[in-house]
Write a protein that binds this ligand. Structure first.
Ligand SMILES: Nc1ncnc2c1ncn2[C@@H]1O[C@H](COP(=O)(O)OP(=O)(O)OP(=O)(O)O)[C@@H](O)[C@H]1O
Length: 251
């Protein structure tokens, strides 16, 4: 099981400091939620962890290895995958083809030792397994353009799972997913607990408090609290800066 350690991470866009000296410890096997108001810098932080954005300073360590300067493909090979907002799903291809293409693009070199036909079989097997884990195997041969919004989200999850991650970065997986689809998604993520380390950004507080082992609160690029969900929920600074505003007494 692999953990993630972030030390004093910074990122500015021009004069705007978006990630401000962030330190974070995600223990192996933990589901660590990062919550915070719109514009707090959550997506920027995830992009720094995934390698899509270079950090100005600070370090990111994956399972004891310094990956701060490593580009995204290297991080994927080491088992760090980001789901959502990185994938451009191809609408004219089936769900299975989309996952297989993504696996080939992102992990291609590990299939090189197979003959071409075997490569295709290995890719399809890996893609099918990932689709099953994401709950989309019964839609494997459906064109992506015909999938519902909820199914699209599961396809994006399958693409991340197909790279065989040890640490999964989830950026608002429930955005636009409602009702039973959302409940099913939460159940699915719960099943990955203990097997995968997960960093979850999510605005749906019910989902966060159902799933998270630990919660960190990001406000104006700074972590203002980090701890067990109940402790964070009852933290006066958190309530004042965030939860109290949005959820009042219900938070
Ligand atoms: N590439 C960029 N160039 C300039 N400013 C940016 C860039 N990316 C993000 N920002 C700014 O950084 C701040 C943080 O944005 P970010 O998307 O990381 O926040 P967030 O917490 O994920 O917000 P939300 O919850 O609304 O998704 C915002 O003020 C945003 O406008």
């Amino acid at each position: 099981m692999t953990g993630l350690t972030v030390r004093n991470l910074n990122k500015s866009f021009g004069a705007l400091k978006v990630t401000d000296d962030v330190s974070l410890e995600v223990a192996p096997g933990e589901l660590h939620a990062i919550i915070g108001p719109n514009g707090a810098g959550k997506t920027t932080l995830i992009s720094q962890l995934s390698g899509q954005l270079a950090s100005d300073s600070g370090t990111v360590n994956l399972g004891g290895r310094d990956i701060t300067r490593m580009p995204m493909p290297g991080r994927v090979r080491l088992g760090l995958a980001r789901s959502f907002q990185i994938t451009s799903v191809l609408p004219g291809f089936t769900a299975l083809e989309n996952v297989a293409l993504a696996v080939q693009a992102r992990k291609g070199s590990s299939f090189r030792f197979f003959a071409p036909v075997a490569t295709e079989a290995a890719l399809n097997d890996a893609a099918m397994r990932a689709l099953a884990e994401a709950g989309l195997d019964d839609r494997a041969h459906v064109l992506a353009r015909s999938l519902s919004h909820g199914e699209h989200r599961r396809l994006e999850l399958a693409i991340a799972l197909a790279t065989d991650p040890k640490v999964l970065l989830l950026d608002e997986p429930l955005a636009g997913v409602g009702g039973e689809d959302a409940d099913a998604f939460v159940d699915r993520l719960r099943r990955f607990k203990g097997r995968l380390t997960m960093v979850l950004i999510e605005h749906d507080m019910d989902a966060v408090f159902k799933l998270a082992d630990r919660v960190s609160v990001l406000v104006y690029g700074q972590i203002i609290a980090s701890g067990a969900p109940e402790d964070v929920r009852n933290d006066p600074a958190v309530r004042a800066a965030y939860l109290g505003d949005e959820h009042g007494e219900a938070a």
